[in-house]
Design a protein around this ligand. Structure first.
Ligand code: RB5
Length: 145
């Protein structure tokens, strides 16, 4: 799959490790930075990644900030984006299986590297189950108006 990855300044090293991990798993990764740890604003990085997913230029997105929360909120403002913050692999699997999430948010100050890789793998390996979950995801989409 084509995976877009971004973060704010809180996560540069971990984001680059995640990008390498995802590449090693056989996906095509586009890491849109930032490339330095200068202080920056997470909404613009969440939005930039989300717009690429919404436009179909990436299949899924992985975004990171200190908690994962702020960048997730920004991404979810983009029409067509369903992004959840996860700090455990079960939730990461379920947001794809039941919620058809197209973006995963991670908190670099919450979740360490070993667990982050398991969370990312759970997210990328899961598939949307459809069925009754499809109707509910359609209801989320309908809220966008
Ligand atoms: C940056 O200090 C921090 O606020 C940001 O990374 C994130 O945690 C916001 O949700």
């Amino acid at each position: 799959m084509r995976i877009i990855i971004s973060s704010d300044h809180a996560d540069i090293a971990l984001r680059q490790q995640v990008a390498e991990h995802v590449r090693t798993s056989g996906h095509t990764v586009t890491d849109i930075g930032p490339m330095t740890s200068d202080s920056t604003d997470y909404p613009k990085h969440g939005e930039a990644a989300a717009r690429q997913v919404a436009a179909g230029e990436a299949d899924l997105g992985i975004i990171m900030c200190g908690t994962g929360q702020g960048i997730m909120m920004a991404a979810n403002k983009v029409t067509g984006i369903r992004c959840g913050v996860c700090s455990d692999p079960f939730s990461a699997r379920m947001i794809r299986a039941h919620n058809n999430a197209n973006m995963l948010a991670l908190g670099a100050r919450v979740t360490g590297p070993a667990l982050v890789f398991d969370i990312v793998d759970a997210f990328l390996d899961a598939e949307f189950e459809g069925g009754r979950h499809g109707k509910r995801v359609d209801m989320i989409t309908a809220i966008e108006g």
